[in-house]
Every structure is written in structure tokens, then in C-alpha cells.
Design a protein around this ligand. Structure first.
Ligand code: XMP
Length: 494
């Protein structure tokens, strides 16, 4: 019944996730017995198969911290200066608490004239120069400020001097216990080495995080710090960037290119392996077996798969090059698996079923952009569009992002004409990834259970042996597989 993957993917069609469907197999274990522990690359282990994209509307420190806290990993983007990117990495490394609050700083001579200044934070820090990097002098809470009559007064006249701080090495439970024992509403956390404020924990955050669904193990390195990756390009200047990122403690580097099978990338892989033998290097993107073979021979520890399948991508339309993502993942994994190289299925994930398909077809992790954009951990502010709160989400090959500097990935060299290979859009507010990722992983486990696969590894074995069967869905079958035949439900009419 159905086809083996080998036969189905031999037919000369480029299939994407929605084109294919697995036939159910045999269940002999409960959902909780499914283990999703996996590898990002040869030496980086994760407890869930989720990776956030190196995009400037997806992964900076908040996203990378939260991704590691739920057992995945974030890859910090490089559409910024070296010092910005390394400070995002350092920030993740200095956190033990699974979120980063917005930190607001003013100088002693400043005044706070509007309550709006407290819109994103319960307090404002007063430092010598009004920046994060200078000495902490005091703090102003919203209630302190509300009691002040003269809103034009300098903050130094009413701030609480020398506030209590805790070391950022404190765990979530240590900080929660401290806030409860001292009956404080918030406490700033300072870095161990230079006393700089790196986070702020409010009592409401403690309650919020305790209300999140139970998570698996966080992703921690041997030093007990959160795992984090970073993307770089393949120019000479990226070698300097990488040196700083390695010093900041990255656990893996992704060489970011939409077509990774190039002399530039092959040389960069060799350089990284020789300069940093203990750092995992992930190459890509690739979609064919021969592209993958080349990068494996050059020494990659992981491969990123996908070309033009991302929600904001226009590469296939602009350049006529790419591959359906289901076919790409299956074909590349058939080469990578033989060399023990984990693959990342990058782009095109918009529901938990797509994650199941990517993993079963051969991926070890999925990389997501739009699925994570619009969350509270994504960079940028929410804006109201009609009744919906949204955050911006843009392709790194969109004109807007390239003007900011990301042209390397899409142009390869210093071409002066900029041709967009991506678009700019917005994604609705989804809340915290720490809430929806655990639910999504539970749905993925149910999919694995239906297929009789108790781990990612066993799913790969069942697929390759031809035990798992699949079929192509017609357009009508796809429509039938989605919600259909309903009118919208309005409570008042019943
Ligand atoms: P999703 O579907 O998760 O895709 O939103 C995220 C992935 O899309 C890739 N990416 C792009 N591809 N033009 C492209 O052709 C772009 O502007 C662009 N920006 C991101 C990237 O691989 C990302 O992880």
C-alpha cells in the first residue's frame, strides 16, 4: 500500500511538504515515549529539533535565549556590526533566566515626563552616562515616578539610590525565591565580570514563566551556559567577525548563502575547520545530492537545506532555481546520513505537520522564520493593523534588508545592482515561543506516534527501509485534508 520514499522521490517531480502525506503505521507506545532529542550538527546536541533563522526580524538575544531555554537553539543574524552581533551572543551566554527584558537607561540629569516610558518595563535605570555600559546609580519604578509631583525634575532627585542587584549566574528558582523572600516587585541582574546590568526580572515574569507548559531540558554547553549559534558570510571580513564570535562563545557557525556550493564557501569551510577545530561549521544552503557531497568533502559538520521554500522567498521566481522542500530534504539526507552529517530543513514550516514531514524525510532539525516571527521574543515592536497586533517579518534578500547590509547572501559579491529575492511583510502577535513551542512539540510527538516512530532516528530507519509508506496528494486531497465545508461560527446565531 502506498509508495516507499525511494520510489516516490524517483519520479522527477519536485514535491513540497503539502504535496505528500504519510500513511499511518502501527502504535505500540504512548505519545510521551516519543523522544525528539537530536543534533544540530555533528557535536551540538539539542533536546528538541527547533532552530530559529538567522534573520534580523527573527533572531537576536531574546529569541536565542528563549530557544535554548526550551531545548532548541537560535542562530544570531549578521545584518549588523561585529560588535552588535557579538553583544547578542554574549547576552545569551550571560543569561540563566529564559527571557530578556527590555532595559531602559537614563542619565541622572534626565527627566521622565510621560508614563509611556514605562510601557515596556516596570522600571528605568539611572546610570552615569545614561547607557548600559556605565555605572549604575539608581532606579525609578513606575510607582515611584507616579508619586513625583514635578515631572520635569531630574531623576537623580527622586531615584532609589544603589538598588539591590543579583548576579546573572543565579538560576530562575534562585531569583524567584529572592523576590518572594524580600517581597520585591523586580530585581536587576548584573554580569559577573563587569557589573553591567544584563537583565531585569519582575515578579509578574516569574508567574508568567511558571504558567508556561512543562519544557524538556534546556540546551546547555559544557560550561552550563545556553547554547547559541551565529551566521557569517564568506568574505575576508567575515573571518574577523568569526574570531569575535568565537571569543564570545558561539557553539556553531552557519555559513550563510542561498547557494552554498561555491568556491567561496568551500574555502571558508576549510579555513574555519583549520582555524577553529573545535567549532562546528554548518554549510549551505543546498538542495541537491552533489551540492551536499561537495560541502561534506570540504569538512562541514552540518548542512542547511532549502532554496526558495521560505515564506518570504522569491528566489525560485526571480532566479528559476531551487527545489520543492520535501524532495530537497529527502535527497540531501540520503547523502548526508551516510557521512553522519545532520541536516537542517530550512524554510517552509507553517504547522506542526510540516515539522513531522521534514524530520521523517531525513532532517534532524527544522529552521523556522515566519513560524517564530511575530512572537514576543522576535526583534522589533508590535504595531496595530486594524484589530491585529503585528510585528514586521522580512526576507534577508528583500530590498529593505539588503539596503541595511545583507546583500552578501543573495548577491555573492559586491554587485552594485540590487535584485530582491525576498519580500517584507508582517506576522500577527503569537505570544511567547516558550508557550507555543512546547505545544507544537507535543503535536509533533503525536504525528510520530501515528507512524510508530519513537525517535527521529527510528523514523529515518523506518523511512529508508520502506516500512513507512507515503503518497502524493492531489489538489482535491489537499483541500480535503484542510478545514473545509464550514461557514464561520458566530456564537450569537446559536
Ligand atoms: P520561513 O518559511 O520559515 O523561511 O519563513 C525562513 C528561511 O527563508 C530563507 N530566507 C530567504 N530566502 N529570500 C529567499 O529566497 C529571502 O529574502 C530570504 N530571507 C530568508 C532563509 O533560509 C530562512 O531561514
Amino acid at each position: 500500500d502506498g509508495f516507499s520514499a525511494e520510489r516516490l522521490f524517483k519520479q522527477g517531480y519536485s514535491y513540497t511538504y503539502d504535496d505528500v502525506i504519510f500513511l499511518p503505521h502501527y502504535i505500540d507506545f504512548p505519545t510521551d515515549a516519543v523522544k525528539l532529542a537530536t543534533k544540530l550538527s555533528r557535536n551540538v546536541e539539542l533536546s528538541i529539533p527547533c532552530v530559529s533563522s538567522p534573520m534580523d526580524t527573527v533572531t537576536e538575544s531574546s529569541m536565542a535565549t528563549a530557544m535554548a531555554a526550551v531545548g532548541g537553539i537560535g542562530i544570531v543574524h549578521y545584518n549588523n556590526t561585529i560588535s552588535q552581533q557579538t553583544s547578542f551572543v554574549r547576552n545569551v551566554k550571560s543569561h540563566k533566566i529564559p527571557f530578556s527584558a527590555e532595559l531602559i537607561f537614563v542619565a541622572p540629569s534626565d527627566s521622565i515626563t510621560s508614563a509611556d516610558e514605562f510601557a515596556t518595563s516596570p522600571c528605568i535605570f539611572v546610570t552615569e552616562t545614561g547607557t548600559q555600559k556605565s555605572k549604575l546609580l539608581g532606579v525609578v519604578s513606575k510607582s515611584d515616578w507616579e508619586a513625583v509631583r514635578d515631572k520635569e525634575a531630574r531623576v537623580s532627585s527622586y531615584m532609589t539610590k544603589s538598588p539591590v542587584t543579583l548576579p546573572s549566574s543565579y538560576s530562575f528558582d534562585d531569583v524567584a525565591g529572592y523576590l518572594a523572600a524580600k517581597e520585591l516587585n523586580f530585581v536587576p541582574l548584573v554580569s559577573d565580570d563587569d557589573d553591567e546590568i544584563v537583565n531585569l526580572v519582575a515578579r509578574s515574569d516569574i508567574e508568567r514563566i511558571r504558567g508556561f507548559p512543562k519544557m524538556g531540558l534546556p540546551s546547555l554547553g559544557a560550561d552550563g551556559r545556553f547554547l547559541v549559534g551565529a551566521a557569517v558570510g564568506t568574505r575576508e571580513s567575515d573571518k574577523e567577525r568569526l574570531e569575535h564570535l568565537v571569543k564570545a562563545g558561539i557553539n556553531a557557525v552557519i555559513l550563510d548563502s542561498s547557494q552554498g556550493n561555491s568556491i567561496y564557501q568551500l574555502e571558508m569551510i576549510k579555513y574555519v575547520k583549520q582555524a577553529y577545530p573545535n567549532l562546528d561549521v554548518i554549510g549551505g544552503n543546498v538542495v541537491t545530492m552533489s551540492q551536499a557531497q561537495n560541502l561534506i568533502q570540504a569538512g562541514v559538520d552540518g548542512l542547511r537545506v532549502g532554496m526558495g521554500s521560505g515564506s518570504i522567498c522569491t528566489t525560485q521566481e526571480v532566479c528559476a532555481v531551487g527545489r520543492g522542500q520535501a524532495t530537497a530534504v529527502y535527497k540531501v539526507s540520503s547523502v548526508a546520513e551516510k557521512s553522519g552529517i545532520p541536516i537542517i530543513a530550512d524554510g517552509g514550516i507553517s504547522n506542526s505537520g510540516h515539522i513531522v514531514k521534514a524530520l521523517v524525510l531525513g532532517a534532524s532539525t527544522v529552521m523556522m522564520g515566519s513560524f517564530l516571527a511575530g512572537s514576543s521574543e522576535a526583534p522589533g515592536n508590535y504595531v496595530n493593523q486594524g484589530d491585529v497586533r503585528v510585528k514586521k517579518y522580512r526576507g534577508m534578500g528583500s530590498l529593505e534588508a539588503m539596503i541595511k547590509g545583507s546583500d552578501q547572501r543573495y548577491l555573492g559579491d559586491t554587485a552594485k545592482l540590487k535584485i530582491a529575492q525576498g519580500v517584507v511583510g508582517a506576522v500577527a502577535d503569537k505570544g511567547s515561543i516558550m508557550k507555543f513551542i512546547p505545544y507544537t512539540m507535543h503535536a509533533v510527538k503525536q504525528g510520530f506516534q501515528d507512524l510508530g516512530a519513537s525517535s527521529i532516528h527510528s523514523a529515518h530507519d523506518l523511512l529508508r527501509s520502506g516500512t513507512l509508506r507515503l503518497e502524493v496528494r492531489t489538489g482535491a486531497a489537499q483541500a480535503e485534508g484542510g478545514v473545509h465545508g464550514l461557514v464561520s461560527y458566530e456564537k450569537k446565531s446559536f
